[in-house]
Design a protein around this ligand. Sequence first.
Ligand code: C5P
Length: 235
Amino acid sequence: CAVRFMNISICGTLIGMLKQIAIDGPVASGKTTVGRCVSHALSWRFLDTGLMYRAATWLILEKAVSLDQPKEMSAATAQANMELISCGETDVLLVDGVNIMRELRTLRVEETVSHVSKVSGVRKALINQQRIIARQGPIVMVGRDVGTVVLQNAPVKVYLEAPPDVRAFRRYTERLSDKENSTLEKVKLEIGNRDWIDSGRKESPLYPAKDAIVIDTSSLTINDVVRKILDMTKL
Ligand code: C5P
C-alpha cells in the first residue's frame, strides 16, 4: 500500500503509551485491508481476529464436532495453539504448527463461522489468545469486538462501515478474482445473514465502541481511510 513509507514521523507521535489500534466493522467494510496498511505504515504487527474465528471453525468442522455442542466446540478451540507469524507482506496463522491459511476462506468455513463465533467458550478462548498476542508489542488488531471487548483501553478505536449493497459488491468482485463460483444475490444474502448473527448475538455483539470514530468507507479509497487513521495517531 502506498502509505507504508510514512512510518517514521507518525510512529513517534502516537498517543499515550499503549501502542494499540482497534479496528472493528461488519463483513467487507474494509477493515483487513486498511488495518494491514496502517500496520505497515507504523511498522507494527497486525492481527486479523476473524482468522482466529475461521481457524476455530475449520478445526471444529475437521473434528466433526457438532454445532449444537458448545462445550465440545469450546474445548476444541481452547486446546488449539494458534500462532501468528509474519511472512513478507502477509501474516500466516499456524494452528498446532500447521499453516491452514488456504482453508480459512472456503465456503464451508464462511457459512459456519458466525455460528461458531456465537459460542461463549469459543470467544473466551480466542480473546485470551488475542490479549496474549497484544501484550507482545505494538499492534493493529481488527475484528468485531476489538474496541468493545478485547482491547478496551486502546487509545485509537475505529469502526468502519458501508451499506450492505456496497459491501456485497466488494466481496462479490473479490470472489470473481478468486475464481469462486458465486452470484451477487448469493453474496448479498450471505452478508445479510452474517451481519444479522454478528450484531444480534448475546456475546460481544458487533457495534461501535462509545469512543470509536465511525468512518463510512463507501466513497473513500483505502488510502483515504488509512490516512484518516494515521492522523488520529498524531498528538
Ligand atoms: O472478519 P471475518 O469476516 O474474517 O470474520 C469472520 C467471522 O468471525 C465474523 O463474521 C464473526 O462472526 C467472527 N468474528 C467475531 N469476532 C471477531 C472477529 C470475527 O465474532 N473479533
